[in-house]
Design a binder for this molecule. Structure first.
Ligand SMILES: Cc1cc2nc3c(=O)[nH]c(=O)nc-3n(C[C@H](O)[C@H](O)[C@H](O)COP(=O)(O)OP(=O)(O)OC[C@H]3O[C@@H](n4cnc5c(N)ncnc54)[C@H](O)[C@@H]3O)c2cc1C
Length: 289
């Protein structure tokens, strides 16, 4: 590994100043479970590492029934996995965190780090997108808010500038009669990246029609894929076995998978169909009358 300078700023302003001063040659560091692997493999060789763990407020983990969930940049996947709040109100995200890596990695890996890594197979991205999550991004020029859905632009690439920091993720409060599910399919149960992942958030209106829904897929496109045609099949209609099957087929048709060591493109497409239907059925079962 190449030598690097190491910084532990105690304020957000100091961190931003370091990013400005070392624009392009530095990297932010949270859990380090992606960054250190990339550095060891010489994929990235930052000359400066800026650890954000000493910045107050970055570990916020708060829920309000009106405003929803706020996850600071240092909240780990383990916290999301074990919190009764996420288990109850953000079950898709909690499940994505549970199925993530190993318990050791989950104690270090942050949700924000997973989002910023922008891997097509990232587990937290599909449920965050399905839930309508928004990133709060701080730069020298001020604060901006970006929907997680619009954040990833290519594998490993986001709209984040080199001198910006994601400080929080805000996830809206779920309306009543909402079910949420994340299903991950991999070659092993643990320590495995998704061959295919499917997140569903589904809200029923009082008359039993689908008032709103999000279907988001992992590992079947360069960035997490919102299956809008599949959503359109169900939105405004009463779910039936036939319409669930039609939505699942639409999701498979929308997927743009590649073949690799984890599975062929055809296999992935078929798994999209299977997982989407299963996730829709489970989301409906979760909705309390
Ligand atoms: C053994 C192993 C198993 C894994 N299994 C899985 C898995 O099952 N599913 C999965 O999705 N991923 C998996 N990963 C990948 C990794 O653990 C996750 O992506 C993790 O969530 C990254 O978070 P981190 O805090 O460690 O990020 P870091 O490594 O610290 O950072 C990752 C990237 O995000 C940037 N960054 C971090 N925080 C911020 C911020 N606040 N603002 C701006 N940029 C920021 C960093 O500069 C860096 O580019 C695995 C990794 C390992 C080593």
């Amino acid at each position: 590994m190449k030598d690097f300078e190491y910084f532990e700023p105690h304020t957000l302003d100091d961190a931003l100043a370091l990013l400005q001063r070392y624009r392009g040659s530095s990297s932010l560091f949270a859990g380090g479970t992606d960054l250190l692997v990339q550095m060891k493999e010489h994929v990235r060789q930052p000359a400066q590492l800026i650890n954000i763990k000493k910045i107050p407020g970055m570990d916020d983990f708060a829920f309000d029934a009106e405003r929803g969930l706020r996850l600071g940049a240092l909240v780990t996947t383990r916290q999301v996995e074990t919190s009764p709040i996420t288990q109850r109100h953000y079950a898709g995200l909690a499940k994505a965190a549970t199925d993530f890596a190993s318990i050791q990695v989950r104690h270090r890996a942050t949700v924000v780090g997973n989002v910023c890594r922008a891997s097509p197979s990232a587990d937290t991205l599909p449920p965050l997108i399905a839930d309508g999550a928004v990133l709060r991004i701080q730069g020298a020029a001020g604060t901006r808010h970006v929907a997680v859905q619009d954040f990833c632009i290519a594998p490993g690439r986001t709209t984040l500038a080199a001198d910006e920091i994601v400080t929080h993720i805000d996830v809206p409060a779920p309306p009543p009669r909402t079910g949420k599910v994340y299903l991950k399919h991999g070659r092993r149960a643990q320590m495995e990246l998704a061959t295919v992942g499917a997140a569903v958030r589904l809200t029923l209106a009082g008359d039993g029609r689908v008032a709103d829904l999000g279907i988001v897929l992992a590992a079947v496109a360069p960035t997490p894929l919102r299956a809008q045609q599949a959503e359109a099949v169900l939105r405004g209609h009463r779910p039936t076995p036939e319409s669930l099957a039609a939505a699942a087929q639409a999701a498979a048709d929308e997927a743009r998978p590649i073949g690799d060591v984890r599975g062929s493109a055809d296999y992935r497409r078929e798994m999209v169909r299977v997982l989407t239907r299963r996730a829709l059925e489970q989301a409906l079962q979760e909705i309390r009358p």
